[in-house]
Design a protein around this ligand. Structure first.
Ligand code: TPP
Ligand code: MG
Length: 405
């Protein structure tokens, strides 16, 4: 690590499970190495930390020569540790509690360490004592900072695109701004659950997490249908009285789900469970009318496509869902509250009321269908931040991906 020109620390969800946040914070604060959290490793170090390279993810992966992987799998989320996303000569140091993860995929592992992160990271801190990676003086560090600045400026522009139906970015920005007024991220009192394709990928970079174990997403197996069960589990873990008398987190946490409409459909009856158990979970269904995207933004046109499909000609695709399906009724039918929203103003009001409600709430947010775009599924290096981000983001991400950028 001392010899690395461009080191990178990857913080995985294993670090959150191990409750190794204090030790990892010490390592990063002392060495000043840049770090990248995995989707559920977010919050082990605060997203606002100066060494967080998440908004320069592509550059961080491409340039790293020594990668310290702390409790993360080298799976699809980390592009299997392979080029072209990673530098072909990058050396991986894997630390994991599970021996079978060492050397998986491209983790040919210069060094594999099987152990508890609290112990191993303490040892690393001792071994690296007195050494600091001169992030701001190194060309790699400067490239990362430049990429971060550029991407953050682009992201700030993208959220301003104000049209109806809304874009993903505008939608998430309104939800984020409203939630932050009600509960600032540094208080750590909101737990985010997300599943879907675009919904999950884009929301991951939009909502900052400042503490560990506050974000769950479809994870290693990208399994749709886990979101609402995760929400029930998170609510039970954080908010219900504990029959075994173990200590609970001091403050109640609001559980907020960001669900693609397809993902929501996989387990929507769980809203009834939430209502039956009086769980005040706030669910946003990001309704683009399909898996990855819908087929059109106009009711009459949609009916024509439907008619063509029923007559056996080319019409709606198999990945289509119904036109503006009334998902909010899922809450209304079992004692929760539902909102159907089309505009930023309606969304802001529903978010505020939903946050304060003491019953489950489903906010059905109608967004642009993204009709005509390609179907893709992957994790993007810079969601919504590429130069063509003023188009529908799914296309931007797909094109960047296909070019291997
Ligand atoms: C159990 C399971 N079935 C199918 C898939 C394939 N798949 C990946 S994402 C996704 C849904 C994406 O659509 P949506 O939730 O509406 O999110 P969007 O991209 O439209 O925002 C599906 C079905 C999966 N990952 N898991
Ligand atoms: Mg969808």
């Amino acid at each position: 690590m001392r010899a690395a020109k461009s080191p990178l620390v990857v913080v995985g969800k294993g670090a959150a499970y191990a409750r190794a946040e204090e030790k990892i914070r010490q390592l990063i604060d002392h060495t000043k190495m840049p770090f990248l959290p995995t989707p559920m490793g977010k919050g082990v170090l605060p997203d606002s930390h100066v060494s967080n390279a998440a908004s320069a993810r592509s550059a961080a992966l491409r340039n790293a020569d020594v990668v310290l992987v702390l409790g993360a799998r080298l799976n699809w989320i980390l592009h299997f540790g392979e080029q072209p996303k990673w530098n072909a000569d990058a050396k991986f140091i894997q630390v994991d509690i599970s021996a079978e993860e060492i050397g998986k995929n491209n983790g040919s592992s210069e060094l594999g360490i099987v152990g508890d992160l609290n112990i191993v990271v303490s040892q690393l801190c001792t071994a690296l004592q007195g050494w600091t990676y001169d992030h701001f003086a190194s060309p790699h560090g400067q490239a990362l900072s430049a990429s971060k600045q550029k991407n953050e400026a682009n992201a700030a522009k993208v959220v301003k695109i104000n049209k109806t139906p809304m874009t993903y970015h505008r939608t998430f920005d309104v939800i984020k701004q409203t939630l932050h007024c009600l509960s600032p991220p540094e208080d750590g009192n909101v737990v985010y659950i997300s599943e879907g394709a675009n919904t999950m990928d884009i929301s991951r970079s939009v909502f900052p997490v400042e503490e560990p174990r506050l974000r769950l997403d479809a994870g290693t197996n990208a399994t749709m249908g886990v979101g609402l069960a995760y929400a029930i589990a998170a609510h039970s873990a954080y908010n219900l009285p504990n029959p075994e008398g173990l200590s609970r987190s001091p403050a109640r946490k609001k559980i907020v789900c960001l669900e693609g409409d397809s993902a929501f459909g996989f387990s929507m009856p769980e809203v009834e469970t939430m209502a039956r158990y009086n769980m005040d979970i706030l669910i946003f269904v990001i309704n683009n009318g399909g898996v990855y995207h819908g087929d059109c933004d106009d009711a009459d046109e949609w009916l024509k496509l439907q008619e063509r499909s029923t007559n056996g000609s080319e019409g709606l695709r198999s990945t289509s869902l119904g036109y503006q399906v009334g998902y909010e009724k899922m809450a209304e039918m079992c004692g929760g509250k539902g909102y159907l929203v089309h505009t930023p103003e309606e969304l802001e009001k529903a978010t505020e009321e939903g946050f304060k409600a003491n019953i489950p709430v489903v906010v059905n947010v109608i967004i642009e269908s993204g009709a005509g775009n390609k179907l893709v599924s992957y994790i993007c290096c810079s969601p919504g931040l590429c130069s063509r981000a003023n188009n529908f983001v799914g296309v931007c991400m797909a094109e960047e991906y296909e070019k291997g950028q």
